[in-house]
Design a protein around this ligand. Structure first.
Ligand SMILES: [Fe+2]
Length: 246
């Protein structure tokens, strides 16, 4: 007999199909620890409607000093595993570059790996905005890179001066907001910044920033929520750039 209480819960899907920020390459940062975990994370992405994944492992001074070689090797291993497992996912790799001395070194050595569309995913310091940020972005743009700021809502120093968001955006910086932030995973400050960016039409890309399956579950639960379906998705449906990166 039909019983609505036994009905399996439908998993809602995202309205776009490209993730521009995640830590799915195995063994190169504190994201996926193994190829098996990477495949499970990619399956979680597929379940939420993502079939094009740009892997953006950390590149950070002191902790994750990845190189084109280390990231390229991990990508080849995962790409082979994806083919062997017959997962219908298009895989790319780039990086999430922390703006620190290692970034400057890699930039000087011309080791940067942009994502499709020639975007660089750049992460600010969490303590304070880098001195000379505008000049750095200007120099990168001269080199024909497009700037995608990783999770601008998570830098608490912008809460007190949100006009800085508008200024950066006017100068061509694109903003990638984390779904995890909207879901409240990083606390009320990040969530409130994310909602402010949304309200002011300053969200250009969404990202999962998925490091593990727990993150995947938080995201899936959130996109099943009424807030996502009624408020967030309709506001972003016609403006996200995720699927335009080519
Ligand atoms: Fe990240």
């Amino acid at each position: 007999m039909f019983n609505i209480f036994n009905r399996k819960k439908e998993n809602n899907k995202l309205f776009y199909h490209t993730d521009v920020h995640c830590h799915i390459l195995p063994g190169v940062d504190h994201g996926s620890k193994s190829v098996e975990q990477s495949l499970a994370m990619l399956q979680a992405q597929l379940n939420m409607g993502i079939d094009r994944v740009i892997c953006t492992s950390h590149v950070t001074a002191g902790t994750f000093e990845n190189t084109p070689q280390s990231l390229g090797d991990a990508y080849q291993v995962l790409k082979q595993a994806v083919a062997d497992a017959n997962l219908p996912v298009e895989l790319h790799y780039s990086a999430e570059y922390r703006l620190d001395e290692y970034f400057q070194q890699e930039r000087a050595a011309e080791h940067l790996i942009p994502m499709p569309g020639n975007y660089l995913l750049l992460e600010n310091s969490f303590q304070q905005e880098l001195l000379g940020l505008d000049e750095l972005f200007f120099e990168l743009r001269i080199k024909r890179y497009h700037i995608m700021m990783a999770h601008p809502e998570r830098y608490s120093y912008y809460s007190r001066r949100r006009q800085r968001y508008e200024e950066l955006h006017r100068r061509g910086v694109k903003f990638q907001v984390n779904i995890l932030s909207l879901a409240g995973y990083f606390g009320e400050g990040a969530r409130s910044n994310a909602l402010w960016l949304l309200k002011n039409d300053l969200v250009d890309m969404l990202g999962s920033d998925m490091h593990d399956l727990d993150h995947a579950q938080v995201i899936q639960d959130y996109i099943n929520s009424k807030e996502w379906r009624k408020k967030i998705a309709p506001a972003l449906e016609n403006r996200l750039l995720n699927d335009t990166l080519k």
